[in-house]
Write a protein that binds this ligand. Structure first.
Ligand code: ZN
Length: 69
């Protein structure tokens, strides 16, 4: 069960790179179904913190602030 927590943290940090790509407008294939692409309803994609797969509906989000350097 502790392992599960560790995995979650790794996934979060791994997603940061993913969000950078998404927010720059790059098409990223869904990690879940490997078939659809992540899309967002936000008007400004660079300010969107929520994306979902247009095929399976896999939903991802991240906390604003963590990417500030
Ligand atoms: Zn999908």
């Amino acid at each position: 069960m502790d392992d599960r927590l560790d995995l979650k943290e790794e996934n979060n940090s791994g997603h940061l790179d993913l969000y950078e790509k998404l927010q720059s407008g790059e098409k990223v294939k869904c990690l879940q179904c490997n078939n659809g692409y992540y899309v967002t309803d936000a008007k400004d994609i660079r300010k969107s913190y929520y994306f979902y797969c247009d095929k399976c509906g896999e939903f991802i989000h991240f906390e604003p602030g963590v990417i500030i350097e």
